[in-house]
Design a protein around this ligand. Structure first.
Ligand SMILES: [Zn+2]
Length: 217
């Protein structure tokens, strides 16, 4: 079952390491089959370069394993909560990427120092309050804090991003790490950081909806 999706999770897992979006076994990736209401998620504690397609765990959104003999990622509840809260989400990427994590330690959202923040579909990427990793309390708090955004920082922990495909969720996780770095470096200068106003960000959000290659009929 799900050969294509399993391979995709393995490939993007390796990318998390080579793109330096996470280290060791931290972070995790999932894909959601909305039709069958099943989620495929990376296993717990296996290095991204050691993970094989058959190690990917298939689960329902209530935490039951449907297929796989490995332990699922400890944040499977967080991923499931995303799919319950975001009807269009088909993939989620959770990372401990450096600059998102630094802002999360400051309990500071990714403010719109750079217009690309609009890629998250909101005027900023909020920061959820601290909750213990791997708990439903963390999952619920993440959903509450993210509101309309497609990404959220998790205090003293990291970030999670969702998308309509794994490619888009991964792209958002990577883009928000860039925005977090720009914002953090700007703060460090001790000069005034010029944050884009909400109405400009809403204009950019609208513009992004039509961005990209227009498919030829
Ligand atoms: Zn984590």
């Amino acid at each position: 079952m799900y050969e294509k999706e399993r391979n995709e999770i393995v490939e993007f897992g390796k990318k998390l390491i080579t793109d330096r979006l996470t280290t060791g076994t931290s972070g995790n990736i999932s894909i959601y089959d909305a039709e069958k209401k099943l989620m495929l998620i990376s296993p717990s504690g296996i290095g991204y370069f050691e993970t094989k397609p058959e190690d990917i765990v298939v689960m329902d959104l209530d935490g039951n394993i449907v297929e796989g003999d490995k332990k699922p990622s400890s944040e499977h509840g967080l991923h499931a909560a995303m799919y319950k809260a975001k009807p269009n989400a088909r993939a989620a990427v959770h990372t401990h990427s450096m600059y998102c994590t630094v802002l999360s330690v400051l309990h500071e959202p990714i403010r719109a120092a750079h217009y690309v923040v609009a890629d998250a579909g909101s005027v900023m990427v909020p920061c959820a309050d601290y909750r213990t990793y791997g708990t439903m309390e963390l999952a619920n708090e993440a959903v509450r804090a993210m509101g309309e955004a497609d990404a959220v920082l998790l205090a003293n922990h990291g970030m999670i991003a969702v998308g309509k495909s794994l490619k888009s969720a991964y792209g958002l996780a990577s883009g928000m790490e860039y925005c977090a770095e720009v914002y953090y470096r700007a703060i460090c200068t001790n000069k005034t950081v010029n944050i884009l106003p909400d109405d400009e960000m809403r204009r950019v959000i609208e513009k992004f909806k039509g961005y990209g290659q227009v498919k030829k009929p």
